[in-house]
Design a protein around this ligand. Structure first.
Ligand code: GLY
Ligand code: MN
Ligand code: MN
Length: 459
């Protein structure tokens, strides 16, 4: 009897907690119509007889009882706008009778409890997810297995993140695998959503513009701050400070802050070296704003003045970047842009005597010219550009010590990377606020900034 009373009390408390108001700190993020329209597009394309399941990422352990900061799977975020862990979306184009109502979509998510509010913070919960994000229906994630197993389907389509094993998401994935047994495979859902993500909506473009502007501002502050004798991590810290101060929830990717020889290492990110007189500093760093990441690189001399050799190579990379950006127009293929950029870089290095023929350019330029940006820093992009595509243009030259050229070129590593919006007309450089020309960089570097001010003791 006592047990029944206690259970009853728990149920009442849980119901009260679930019905609580959910504090919305960033109302701009709530675009129920936009997310609903994305789900409707996918449902139409899935067609009759297919049920689709979209899982978000698992929580991943970092060490002992510390987890990595949670970030949802981008396909899941694209369709839901729901940022919490332990969630799944089921799409049922044919409809399914749930509590007397025909629904074509169900979000499964955590339910807030007194315990979770005390220890973990706010949880939106099913009711608020319906109210704020516009889902037709939402249920506690503990009901996932029982509900899914009742939904009839001939075909199943899945968007499961890579390595979904840990925790609740891993268990949900096992239920999904059991559910799909004996059913046919529906359309490839991950590919379908990736295709939908290639062209950005006006709102997504606004978010990418903001991410790029914040990132450009951080590059400006870095140019003002850097001096010989500083450590790479001091500049790394400055970027992170600017991103967070301007409202980014996170970095889009680990900042690459490579000076001297480190500027020639494509994915260097330990950022521990002391910078010296005469070094170039290559920084590839950008913030993620409301889920959308920019991707911006600038290269500048630590002492504020390019050497003649640094400048000669820089001008070639800048020419390639400028021509590449000018080509970012509807109807142009990415192959055309990539080929033209390689040619310009090769011809420039031939002129300087660093290589002897165009086919040697791979020695010093070993990556693609660019990629889409969006919810992922490497986001999908179509092979032929159309208005609404946002992509990077990022030529670079990396000459390691010991390369087969005059040693005066060694340890020059340069990349210039901007984020470009394709429109009906001219391309728009979203990251143009960070100086790109030698003259503009050297002028800005005469200023001091927030990043090299000494700390002041308070006593
Ligand atoms: N920051 C990674 C890239 O430029 O692709
Ligand atoms: Mn990039
Ligand atoms: Mn980059």
């Amino acid at each position: 009897m006592k047990r029944i009373a206690a259970t009853f009390l728990v149920l009442i408390v849980s119901a009260l907690v679930a019905a609580q108001d959910y504090p919305v700190f960033e109302p701009d993020k709530l675009r129920p119509d936009e997310f609903r329209e994305r789900r409707e597009r996918v449902k139409r394309e899935l067609g009759a007889g297919t049920v689709a399941v979209v899982l978000t990422n698992p929580i991943r352990n970092r060490n002992n009882d510390v987890d990595f900061f949670f970030r949802g799977d981008s396909n899941f975020l694209y369709l839901t706008g729901f940022e919490e862990d332990s969630a799944a979306l089921v799409l049922i184009p044919d409809g399914f009778e749930l509590d007397g109502k025909r629904v074509t979509e169900i979000l499964f998510c955590n339910v807030p409890t007194q315990q979770s509010i005390t220890w973990l913070g706010y949880r939106m919960g099913p009711e608020n997810a319906i109210k704020l994000l516009g889902f037709e229906s939402a249920l506690p994630n503990r009901e996932f297995e029982a509900t899914l197993s009742k939904i009839p389907a001939q075909k199943v389509s899945l968007s499961i993140p890579p390595n979904p094993e840990p925790g609740l998401i891993g268990r949900m994935n096992s239920h999904i695998q059991a559910y799909r047994e004996g059913k046919d495979a529906g359309p490839n859902l991950r590919q379908m959503i990736q295709r939908h993500r290639q062209v950005k909506s006006p709102w997504e473009i606004e978010l990418l513009k903001k991410a790029a502007e914040i990132s450009a501002l951080a590059h400006v502050e870095a140019m003002r701050a850097v001096r010989p004798g500083m450590y790479e991590y001091e500049i790394d810290a400055l970027y992170r400070f600017v991103f967070r101060r301007e409202g980014c929830a996170d970095i889009g990717y680990e900042p690459i802050v490579g000076s001297g020889p480190n500027a020639t290492i494509l994915h260097y990110n330990t950022n521990r070296r002391k910078m010296e007189e005469g070094d170039l500093l290559l920084v590839d760093a950008a913030g993620e704003y409301m889920g959308y990441s920019a991707d911006v690189t600038r290269t500048f001399p630590v002492n504020g003045k390019f050497s003649p050799e640094q400048r000669a190579v820089y001008e070639i990379v800048l020419r390639a970047a400028d021509e590449g950006i000018a080509m970012c127009r509807a109807g142009v293929t990415t192959a055309q842009i990539g080929n033209r950029i390689s040619q310009i870089l090769a011809d420039g290095l031939i002129e300087l005597g660093i290589i002897q023929s165009r086919n040697q350019i791979g020695r010093y330029y070993m990556h693609g010219f660019g990629h889409g940006i969006g919810l992922d820093v490497h986001d999908p992009m179509p092979g032929t550009l159309v208005p609404g595509v946002v992509l990077t243009v990022e030529p670079g030259i990396y000459i390691k010590e010991g390369s087969p050229c005059d040693p005066k070129w060694w340890n020059i590593g340069i990349r210039i990377e901007d984020d470009i919006l394709v429109t009906d007309g001219e391309p728009v450089n979203l990251s143009a606020d960070a100086p790109r020309t030698v003259a503009d960089i050297e002028k800005l570097m005469q200023e001091t900034g927030i990043g090299n001010q000494p700390f002041r003791p308070w006593r």
